[in-house]
Design a binder for this molecule. Structure first.
Ligand code: F6P
Length: 334
């Protein structure tokens, strides 16, 4: 074996050393998230064996069928994070309201927003799914329970964002604003080990990812763009290759590595598209910017949008800078 092994815990401690005033709260919080990710990873892998595949029959706040693993992942995140004394409030894509810290536990200075199991409609087909998380500093006074205002901060205020992809291996990717770093879970000793330091996304996309079955519901400008990426033009690297899993974490992760643009535009069926601003778009936007890419709602940076409500949806164009700029040009055209 050669070289030094950098575990996630060691990496987080080194990140926190950038701040002489740091108390270790952030390190504790990240360790709790990593622990929850290991539990979710274990259960996602064992889903068939443990007979927890399939739907519960309930409908979540987004009007989608809830899978048992969604509930497991949600409860795991809440239980892993509620008693560490690092958070003042949480919010999960699985529940309608903010999640308060139980009275018996101490309150902290951070806020954690998460989508516990994104892409879960794919689970029964063994397709990769993921957990997405976002961390903010509280804006309400210390010592009191956090409020909705703490959860509705503009994306630029994120102090950390990350995702875990439960795929052929489990990977945790995160940023605190100093680059994007990817860690692969070694199942033999249960540690996330640095495998992708300082990830940079390519300048230009090779891939476009979109649910093209919505084509007829899109505005003409979006149709024009999708038509454009399919035209043959060697000088601009077209046609782009089409890849769409239907699991944001997996589509995003592949595009981050290979260079791609993911779009979920508005349509006549869903005027703001499908994706959630605070649970999906903001964390991925922070990560993509740190990797040299961009995320836009078609008009402005996702990270500059002020969320109005917890489950707000937003059109999302995310990936390589060149291609996000290009789609904005198409949207601007009369
Ligand atoms: O928001 C949930 C989600 O499953 C994302 O992970 C994914 O990118 C998207 O929805 C897929 O939506 P559709 O099935 O409409 O393409």
């Amino acid at each position: 074996m050669s070289g030094k092994i950098m575990t996630l815990s060691r990496h987080i401690i080194e990140e926190e050393r950038r701040y002489p005033e740091a108390t270790g709260e952030f390190t504790d919080l990240m360790n709790d998230i990593a622990f929850a990710a290991k539990l979710i990873s274990y259960h996602t892998n064992k889903a068939g064996l443990l007979n927890i595949l399939g739907e519960t029959g309930e409908i979540n706040v987004q009007g989608e069928k809830v899978k048992k693993l969604d509930i497991f992942a949600h409860e795991t995140m809440v239980k892993a994070l509620d008693h560490g004394g690092n958070l003042c409030v949480m919010a999960s894509e699985e529940v309608e309201e903010i999640i308060s810290i139980p009275k018996e536990y101490p309150l902290g200075k951070y806020v954690c927003l998460f989508d516990p199991l994104d892409g879960s409609s794919n689970i029964d087909a063994n397709v990769s799914v993921g957990t997405i998380f976002s961390i903010y500093r509280r804006i309400t006074p210390d010592g009191k329970p956090g409020t909705l205002d703490d959860c509705l901060q503009v994306g630029r205020k994120q102090v950390c964002a990350g995702y875990v992809v439960y795929g052929s291996s489990t990977m945790l990717v995160y940023t605190t604003g100093f680059g994007v770093h990817g860690f692969t879970l070694d199942p033999s000793y249960g540690e996330f080990v640095l495998s992708h330091p300082n990830l940079k996304t390519p300048e230009k996309a090779k891939i476009y990812s979109v649910n093209e079955s919505n084509f007829d519901y899109w505005d003409q400008k979006i149709k024009n763009y999708v038509h454009y990426v399919k035209q043959i033009d060697k000088s601009t690297g077209r046609p782009l290759n089409s890849r769409y899993i239907g699991s944001l974490v997996s589509d995003f992760h592949r595009n981050l590595l290979y260079g791609g643009i993911y779009l979920y535009p508005p349509s006549s069926l869903a005027k703001n598209g499908k994706l959630r601003l605070i649970y999906e778009a903001n964390p991925m936007a922070f990560i993509v910017e740190q990797a040299g890419g961009r995320a836009s709602n078609g008009v402005k940076d996702i990270l500059d949008m002020k969320p109005q409500e917890l489950h707000q949806r937003v059109p999302l164009y995310i990936g390589t800078k060149y291609d996000v700029n290009m789609i904005e040009e198409f949207i601007k055209k009369q």
